[in-house]
Design a protein around this ligand. Structure first.
Ligand code: ZN
Ligand code: ZN
Length: 312
């Protein structure tokens, strides 16, 4: 096959041909990589922003993530969103849940309100044709981890039953700050196994959170052990998205602070190993790095692509 492709090389085949020559475990231009982008203006404008930054995957909030009030999606906007998603080949589109939702809370009022808002947001993701819905696990607010995990599991069961989404729900591992649950892979496993159809729930692995929660992904052997442990508990193929972030805080700090690629505690060498790890080759890599200036996204994207051996 490779020889045939090589023999028929033309100028237009050149890029395809370069790919043929890469070793099988190396990432290629088929890799899905992107950033969290703004939906300012019309929601479909996010796709143009992602495209301009060289993304073929992106993450957005589908609305203001800090308030309960939601404006219904405009039909024409949805149509344009789906058209541009196709045109620019942005896939997956990942929607991140609003910050205000807490499905692990012991407060019944907030719990019910969170479930309602979650279902509403999940339906928006479905309407937009998003592939994944990334979910933070929330805080048990002093009621204990077991209680928080049980509350979250029950909420997720209700949500799946009521919403029956096409968009896949991904549980994101956390740094474990405050009373947050989800900083151990075992927490994710307990929640997923409590679902009627565990195969329907995926995982978003955040590299900064993983490190901050105490998994030494900076180190070569530490990364191997972390992914091996994950594989044993949940299966690596469950990781659909990697939140590719460096960490401003130390290992096991349980403090969630993202940093520019290569400028944090995980560092360039550690992140390069992660983005090239064969166990993660089917996941989309999305950066949630700081945006202090307009140049930050461009620079982080260029660095990540270079790490992954992506030419353009
Ligand atoms: Zn994240
Ligand atoms: Zn974070």
């Amino acid at each position: 096959m490779a020889e045939l492709a090589y023999a028929s090389v033309s100028k237009t085949d050149f890029l395809t041909d370069m790919r043929v020559q890469l070793p099988p475990s190396a990432p290629s231009d088929n890799m899905r990589i992107g950033l969290h982008v703004s939906i300012a203006g019309h929601i479909y404008e996010s796709l143009g922003r992602a495209k301009a930054l060289g993304c073929n995957a992106m993450q957005i909030f589908s609305r203001n993530p800090r308030g309960w009030q939601v404006t219904a999606l405009d039909e024409a906007d949805v149509k344009e969103f789906r058209r541009l998603k196709e045109k620019y080949d942005i896939n997956p589109v990942v929607i991140h849940i609003p910050y205000i939702i807490n499905l692990a809370t012991p407060d019944d009022n907030l719990y019910e309100r969170s479930i309602g808002a979650y279902i509403e947001d999940l339906k928006r993701a479905d309407t937009l044709g998003a592939e994944y819905f990334v979910t933070h696990l929330g805080s048990h607010v002093g009621s204990g981890e077991d209680n928080g995990i049980r509350r979250f599991s029950d909420a997720l069961r209700q949500i799946s039953k009521k919403a029956d989404p096409k968009t896949m729900i991904l549980l994101e591992n956390t740094a474990g700050s405050g009373d947050g649950i989800g900083y151990r892979f075992e927490h994710l496993k307990r929640i997923i196994e409590a679902q009627p159809d565990p195969a329907k729930i995926g995982v978003c692995l955040d590299t900064a959170h993983t490190f901050e929660a105490g998994y030494d992904v900076k180190d070569k052997a530490g990364l191997e052990k972390t992914l091996k442990d994950f594989d044993k508990l949940l299966g690596l193929d469950r990781i659909k998205v990697v939140h590719f972030n460096d960490s401003l805080s130390q290992i096991d700090s349980r403090v969630d602070r993202h940093q520019h690629i290569g400028k944090g505690e995980i560092g360039g060498a550690g992140l390069k190993r992660i983005i090239n790890h064969p166990g993660l080759k089917n996941a989309a890599f999305i950066m949630e790095t700081p945006k202090d200036t307009d140049k930050d996204d461009k620079r982080n994207m260029a660095i990540a692509k270079k790490m992954a051996g992506i030419k353009k």
